[in-house]
Design a protein around this ligand. Structure first.
Ligand code: NI
Length: 250
């Protein structure tokens, strides 16, 4: 149930029985030679829609550009400053809170967003509960869930891709976009098949160490069928987490 596809009357009706909403958040950054630049935002959005359907929950607009400074050495990558992202999350949540939403479940597709999203939650709590003070039933509660995280997802990653899963432009996220957008599957030679691993500093250092953009992954092993397995594992896990979040006391 996409917020953007509802009328205001339908949103009012929804709010009579639920004050929860799912907000996808990702990034727009290079994902190697066969990964889409939108991978992190697309994965978060596709999975959020699945969770929304499964949990009969409203899904809000995707925050599509995240913290991606170190990818800026590659064409097409975009980034926002942490202060910008904090402001956007704060304003999205407070806009929705105005209408009665109180539980905000962010489904995240990008590890680089985690620290800033948590800082945004602190900003919201300070501005709202801290400054205004609220009754228990009016509390705003925000939760961050990374779609690729958790025991089930890690085990699946290991089973399907082993050490070729990697840490950026991962085999599983590329597979997931291939499942969701088969018309956009890219063919590219990956040399070496599994990219090097390691740390990095800024965008220039990143590009020097990881010249094709991948870190530790072999997304040449990605297929739409494998992507479907990740989708089908992530959706029920996150639907369960959403239900738990919504159901906590009241
Ligand atoms: Ni990614």
């Amino acid at each position: 149930m996409l917020l953007q596809h509802q009328t205001w009357q339908e949103v009012e009706t929804y709010l009579r029985h639920s004050n929860g909403i799912i907000l996808p958040i990702g990034s727009t950054e290079q994902h190697g030679p066969n990964g889409l630049i939108g991978t992190d935002a697309l994965c978060a959005e596709v999975i959020a829609r699945g969770v929304g359907d499964s949990a009969s929950a409203m899904v809000g607009p995707t925050i599509g550009v995240g913290i991606a400074v170190h990818h800026m050495g590659f064409a097409g990558s975009m980034t926002v400053r942490p202060s910008t992202l904090i402001a956007v999350i704060h304003d999205y949540v407070l806009s929705l809170a105005r209408h009665g939403f109180r539980r905000f479940f962010f489904i995240n597709g990008h590890g680089g967003n985690i620290a800033t999203v948590q800082a945004a939650f602190s900003e919201i709590y300070a501005a709202y509960e801290g400054a205004l003070g609220t009754a228990l039933d009016q509390e705003l509660r925000c939760r961050l869930a990374n779609w690729w995280d958790g025991k089930v997802m890690h085990e699946l990653g290991k089973e399907v891709f082993g050490d070729d899963e990697g840490s950026h432009a991962t085999a599983s996220e590329v597979a997931l976009t291939q499942f969701a957008f088969p018309e956009s599957i890219k063919q590219a030679a990956l040399d070496p098949p599994r990219a090097p691993s390691g740390r990095f500093h800024g965008p220039a250092d990143y590009r020097r160490r990881f010249p094709d953009g991948r870190i530790g992954s072999n997304p040449g092993l990605a297929t739409p069928e494998k992507g479907k397995r990740f989708y089908e594992a992530a959706v029920p896990e996150l639907a369960k987490a959403y239900a738990g979040f919504i159901g906590e006391n009241a």
